[in-house]
Design a protein around this ligand. Structure first.
Ligand SMILES: Cc1cc2nc3c(=O)[nH]c(=O)nc-3n(C[C@H](O)[C@H](O)[C@H](O)COP(=O)(O)OP(=O)(O)OC[C@H]3O[C@@H](n4cnc5c(N)ncnc54)[C@H](O)[C@@H]3O)c2cc1C
Ligand code: SF4
Length: 338
């Protein structure tokens, strides 16, 4: 473990001032990802700026009928908040599918957005990795790539984004609010995370001296017809091989609105607008769901150990849409642990 300075941010503006003044500094919120990365020598910040006491733990109604979630709201507090359980159960379900109760009590909303890939080579400093050390190569392409991307990968990196929460936020069309030296601005969720292309070292379009202040949900929560389906090697405490957030608005037998996002398949939560368009106006039936699944996976490409994920993802999309249409989402039975 490296030596580092520790400071506390007095307020949001002070947090931005401190991080702007020191290019080697990093914010720390719950610390559940950053501390692991520091112990493994992957991240080497010379200064940690503790933002965990900033007043960013509120969940408030917005004028547009949505919700504004403070960046420091713990994952467990978010999942069990009455407004989230009742109006955005897709989000509650996705969060409760992730990590463990203890981790969710520590993990923050902002930190979850910025958690880094679980590619084993990224954590192993003895191996080349373009994300950790740009230009060094990608060990996963010719190595063990069972958990890696099947969509949107590049010759530089085939890592996946590991978050469950973010897959639901992609489907719900959330907005990220940030503050930097030039003031505040908003980033559409689809523009927040990046595909690897030639710069896999950059996971998101957040600038290093900006702080996430909130995540905003629009009013539509798809509470009647949704499903978060997570397929993984163990039933709990494992990252997704493939996950699907499906949300439908149904009148009679007809789909009036559809959202579809996948996790565990790409460098960012993978939302496919063309597949959503294929669902709209159609009967909620297996042939419709299969057409949408084929559309999502049309450009999928497997590597030596992960080609199975293409069929897995196709089947998971059909199953999640079927569950969403029938109003029987995969249930998460985790109880809150204080
Ligand atoms: C064993 C284990 C299993 C897990 N399983 C899952 C799982 O199945 N699914 C899943 O989705 N997640 C899983 N996680 C990941 C967990 O959800 C994340 O570690 C957590 O959400 C990160 O939040 P944090 O507040 O602890 O972030 P931190 O570790 O404090 O920070 C992470 C990064 O975000 C930055 N940061 C934090 N807050 C802000 C902010 N407001 N503005 C700007 N930058 C910020 C930090 O500088 C750092 O770079 C697992 C983690 C562990 C350790
Ligand atoms: S997939 Fe990405 S994170 Fe993994 S070794 Fe290759 S460059 Fe590094």
């Amino acid at each position: 473990m490296i030596d580092f300075h520790y400071t506390r941010a007095a307020d949001i503006a002070d947090a931005v001032r401190q991080i702007s003044a020191d290019p080697s500094a990093k914010f720390i919120a719950g610390g559940t990802n950053l501390i692991d990365l520091m112990k493994d020598d992957v991240e080497r910040p010379a200064r940690l700026i503790d933002i965990s006491r900033l007043p960013l733990r509120g969940i408030e109604e917005t004028a547009g009928g949505g919700l504004r979630i403070g960046a420091l709201v713990a994952n467990s507090d978010l999942a069990y908040h009455p407004s989230i359980e009742q109006r955005y159960p897709l989000l509650a379900s996705a969060i409760l599918a992730g990590a463990s109760a203890q981790l969710r009590n520590m993990a923050s909303t902002g930190g979850n957005l910025l958690q880094r890939t679980r590619c084993a080579y990224f954590y192993d400093t003895a191996t080349p990795c373009n994300k950790r050390q740009p230009g060094s190569g990608c060990s996963a392409i010719g190595g063990l790539n069972r958990i890696h991307a099947i969509l949107g990968a590049s010759e530089a990196c085939i890592a996946t984004h590991p978050s469950d929460m973010c897959v639901a936020l992609a489907a719900l069309d959330a907005t990220i609010h940030v503050m930097g030296p030039a003031g505040t601005h908003a980033i559409a969720f689809s523009d927040f995370h990046r595909l690897p292309e030639g710069t896999p070292q950059r996971d998101t379009n957040l600038e290093r001296n900006e702080i996430i202040t909130a995540v905003e949900l629009p009013s539509q929560g798809f509470a009647a017809n949704y499903s978060y389906l997570k397929i993984r090697d163990r039933l709990s405490y494992a990252f997704a091989l493939v996950s699907v957030a499906a949300a439908l608005e149904i009148e009679g037998d007809t789909i009036k609105g559809a959202r579809l996002a996948l996790g565990g398949v790409a460098h960012k939560p993978w939302r496919d607008l063309s597949a959503e368009a294929l669902l709209c106006g159609q009967n909620a039936e297996p042939s419709t769901f299969t057409r949408a699944a084929n559309a999502v996976l049309r450009n999928a490409k497997g590597f030596e150990h992960n080609a199975f994920k293409i069929d897995l993802a196709r089947n998971a999309v059909v199953r999640a849409l079927t569950q969403a249409a029938s109003g029987t989402p995969q249930s998460q039975s985790s109880k809150k642990i204080a």
